[in-house]
Design a protein around this ligand. Structure first.
Ligand code: SAM
Length: 482
């Protein structure tokens, strides 16, 4: 089983079962220790520095105490601190993306996923490069600039060469004023060599959900196929980073195991990346299990209610302050609205979770990976975000300017977000408004842009942003960025 060591490269030592159990016991013993809880919340809150502000985050033990605490006034304080951190580092910007399902061929036996090998009901589909192109045109016509590609694991049908071809095709499509500027990749754990190939193909974040950190449950839930190997899966981010990928995205599929166990494991994983590679996860996703083709979520008895889910999101925000947090259309409009204030910084919009879903006239359900709760169009999501005081951002500048890994974190820590991310968000929003928005969204959008331009602190930066937005309005010039 091994001894807990965040610097170890062995899964069972950096995600150590004993340490997680002791953490849960420590959290339970201290869940009403108001003095300690106040101290932990205070530690997590942003502190002003000469350059901007900084946050030190929380250890998995500290964060677990907050998660265990069930005193309403304390929960209120946790939520306030989460919102404060969110606004300090991410402001009111929300990054927009869409998933693109390439293939649902899969050799694994994941019991919660309809793509599992034994599912003979689901039609198997794999996009050809022509079909990828058509899907990308449809996504560009909606206004998307950032995608997360998704695929089952199948070395014969979807080998790494297929994924690389798809990435090449996606970046090559420039339809009207559209382009996809960042491709994040959510594919099964693979080798250092393959991660190096993904890096060379110009991917943004490599995303891999752990599903569950609990080894025995993991093995039971992944009974067959290469994904059965817990250590290989859990150590994947280390291989990705060894392959040169700076930005990695963690996630747990909530509902599979006890959430307190998953939460401690997730924060320990973030601590491990920081300890070994000097940079934590670029993003953390918080999917909850959903109904799907032959999957009934009630068969999994660790489902979490909305209140607990909100608390988990807020506690992650306090523990890992610089990480982007992603919520997908698995969640409803109402839930997404609530979570945006507690630390979420990226949302998907207009999503289809089926292979070929963007080009088929009616939203097809037959190859869907899970039911989509938020069925609104991207235009509706963009407008809704703005009406709720957020700025939808289609910005992809950081990674294209080489600000990945710790260089991105430095931008946050040096308080340069308002001089960099803010104008980038406003310029890319203006592109969206000119090229894709409905009249209503356009009106709401420009009134926000005019107001938000005033918040750019440096005169020179503000002047350039104003000039670029005028250019976007008057011409087909696009893709300005700081
Ligand atoms: N095949 C890749 C792998 O094994 O890691 C990743 C791609 S899979 C399309 C993306 C994620 O969807 C999985 O990691 C899992 O967490 C999630 N997922 C699978 N079934 C789900 C369900 N029924 N409800 C919600 N999310 C699900």
């Amino acid at each position: 089983m091994g001894i807990y060591n965040p610097k170890s490269l062995k899964a069972e030592e950096f995600i150590n079962d004993d340490e997680i159990r002791q953490t849960i016991a420590y959290a339970e013993a201290n869940k009403h220790n108001i003095e300690l809880i106040n101290k932990i919340i205070e530690k997590a809150r942003p502190k002003k520095t000469e350059k901007g502000c900084t946050c030190q985050g929380l250890s998995h033990r500290e964060a677990s105490v907050l998660l265990a605490c069930d005193i309403p006034e304390m929960t209120k304080k946790i939520y306030e601190a989460a919102e404060e951190i969110k606004l300090s580092f991410y402001g009111n910007r929300i990054v927009i993306f869409a998933p693109l399902y390439l293939s649902n061929y899969c050799v694994n036996g994941c019991v919660y996923c309809p793509y599992h090998l034994k599912n003979k009901r689901i039609p198997r589909r794999k996009l050809t490069q022509e079909e990828v192109k058509a899907e990308v045109i449809a996504l560009q016509d909606m206004g998307h600039k950032r995608l997360a590609i998704e695929s089952g694991e199948d070395p014969v049908n979807n080998p790494i060469e297929y994924i690389l071809d798809c990435i090449k095709t996606i970046y090559s499509v420039h339809h009207k004023n559209g382009d996809i500027r960042r491709v994040n990749v959510n594919i099964a754990a693979t080798t250092v060599e393959n991660y190096r190939k993904l890096k060379e193909a110009g991917i943004g974040t490599y995303i891999l959900f752990q599903e569950t950190y609990h080894k025995q449950s993991y093995e039971r839930l992944h009974p067959t196929g290469p994904k059965h190997n817990y250590a290989y899966h859990t150590e994947a981010m280390d291989r990705a980073m060894d392959g040169g990928i700076d930005d990695v995205g963690l996630g747990v599929l909530f509902g599979l195991e006890l959430y307190k166990y998953e939460f401690a494991g997730l924060i320990m994983h973030a601590e491990h990346l920081e300890a070994v590679h000097g940079v934590g996860p670029h993003t953390i996703s918080v999917p909850r299990i959903k109904r799907a083709d032959d999957i009934d979520p009630s068969a999994f008895d660790n489902g979490i209610d909305d209140e607990t889910f909100a608390k988990i999101v807020a506690c992650i925000r306090l523990a890992v302050p610089y990480t982007g947090m992603i919520i997908s259309t698995r969640e409803s409009e109402e839930m997404r609205s609530r979570l945006l204030r507690l630390g979420i910084s990226q949302v998907s919009g207009g999503s289809r979770t089926s292979v070929g879903g963007y080009t088929e006239e009616k939203r097809p359900h037959d190859t869907e990976q899970f039911d989509v709760s938020d069925q609104r169009s991207l235009d509706e999501v963009v407008c809704w975000l703005m009406e709720n005081g957020h700025i939808p951002s289609f910005c992809t500048a950081c990674y294209r300017e080489g600000r990945t890994g710790d260089r991105f974190m430095a931008l946050c820590k040096n308080g340069q977000i308002l001089n960099c991310c803010h104008p980038n968000a406003l310029m890319t929003l203006s592109e969206y408004l000119e090229d894709y928005a409905s009249e209503k969204t356009k009106k709401v959008g420009y009134s926000i842009i005019n107001k938000e331009l005033k918040r750019i602190p440096t005169d020179k930066v503000r002047e350039i942003a104003v000039k670029n937005i005028l250019d976007i309005k008057k011409s087909n010039r696009r893709d300005f960025r700081f």
